[in-house]
Design a protein around this ligand. Structure first.
Ligand code: PMP
Length: 358
């Protein structure tokens, strides 16, 4: 069975096994991690280790705080403007898909937010990022974008080097999939249910420069500065998600550095895209330069065949290939934990299905 779910997504086998093995007796306590106080030293050690592991894996400089906040990425859609727009109300948002649009809409409730639409009008989808500096307002506090649109499977090339203002980025679906230069961003956030474990948390990596600009009404529990001072333990944190994050970070580190992981992800995605490019039964609608390495969308010639594909794929052990309801078709999410063998099985099945129905 290979699980192509977009999130909550598959966990590495060794992580599932360890959760299983430790469930009845974590740390020799005689019970599970979910029954331990978040104030217990053993649990606090997990938080410290998670911070240290993220720092090492992503080479996060010392000027950044690493927070584990409640809710997923959508909670941050509100918390980012609340925490950052206290002194000036302006921010600009690049929009090219479902999640960047949702982030823009939520932020608009809290300030003077400009939407900069960068998605091309026609298929294959591409992104208009040539003259961004002309669209960004000089007094904006930050520019927000999403590095990988999970639903449409479109990936934005790294813009941070070329833009001269604080950048806030939603990396929910591609964090830890490739090396990034954290110092070029002011805030990076990612919900945990893809490359970071299970749902229930959002990892926020925020430059200390930004901790003094929250709106006065920002709830304490959602205030970055207060949570940083309390090591994200202002209230009862989702302890299970912290524990799984710990196991996934250790697994990630054991795979090699992020350059190595990126190379593996390239190889995996290339298997699927090169097959898609050499046949004409399935369609992929994203221009080559903007194709996601984490989510690959494709569709069969009609709706009936899409439905049949998803059903038949499950019978072959290929699970959760149905595309998102707003986009349709199929989507294979192939995060870090997906082995190359899973992609090979999927391509074999796609070939077989196309032969039968083409
Ligand atoms: N941003 C991106 C890029 C996503 O893929 C998702 C959902 N998986 C979200 C935001 C929303 O995340 P959550 O469900 O954790 O709020």
């Amino acid at each position: 069975m290979y699980n192509f779910a977009p999130g909550p997504a598959m966990l590495p086998d060794v992580v599932r096994q360890q959760i299983h093995d430790e469930w009845l007796n974590w740390s020799n306590l005689g019970f599970s991690i979910t029954e331990v106080s978040h104030r217990n030293q053993l649990f606090e050690h997990i938080i410290d280790e998670n911070i240290a592991l993220l720092k090492t894996i992503l080479s996060i400089p010392d000027e950044y705080e690493i927070l584990f906040l409640p809710g997923g990425a959508q909670t941050q859609f509100a918390l980012i403007p609340m925490n950052l727009l206290g002194q000036s109300q302006q921010a600009d948002y690049l929009v090219y898909g479902h999640w960047s649009q949702a982030a823009y809409q939520e932020a608009s409730r809290y300030g003077d937010i400009k939407q900069i639409n960068i998605l091309s009008d026609s298929v294959p989808y591409s992104l208009n990022i040539g003259h961004l500096a002309d669209s960004i307002r000089p007094h904006s506090v930050y520019l927000h974008y999403c590095s990988n649109e999970t639903i449409e499977s479109i990936c934005l090339p790294d813009l941070a080097a070329s833009l001269d203002l604080p950048i806030v980025v939603d990396m929910s679906s591609d964090i830890l999939s490739k090396p990034i230069d954290v110092s070029r961003f002011k805030l990076i956030y990612a919900s945990t249910q893809k490359n970071l474990g299970v749902s229930g948390l959002c990892v926020v990596i925020v430059h200390r420069d930004l901790l003094d600009q929250a709106m006065p009404l920002t709830p304490s529990i959602l205030n970055y500065k207060k949570q940083a001072a309390a090591k994200s333990l202002l209230n009862t944190i989702n302890t299970f998600a912290c524990y799984v994050l710990n196991l996934v970070l250790k697994w990630t580190q054991a795979q090699g550095d992020l350059a190595h992981i990126a190379q593996h992800n390239h190889e995996k995605a290339a298997l699927l895209y090169s097959y898609l490019d050499q046949q004409d039964f399935y369609q992929n609608q994203v221009a080559a330069d903007y194709r996601s390495l984490m989510n690959v969308t494709f569709s069969a010639p009609n709706q009936e065949l899409n439905q049949l594909f998803v059903k038949e794929a499950e019978k072959h052990g290929l699970y959760a290939l149905k595309g998102h309801k707003v986009f349709g078709g199929m989507r294979a999410s192939i995060y870090n934990a997906m082995p190359i063998a899973g992609i090979k099985c999927l391509v074999d099945f796609m070939r077989q299905f196309a032969k039968q129905h083409g």
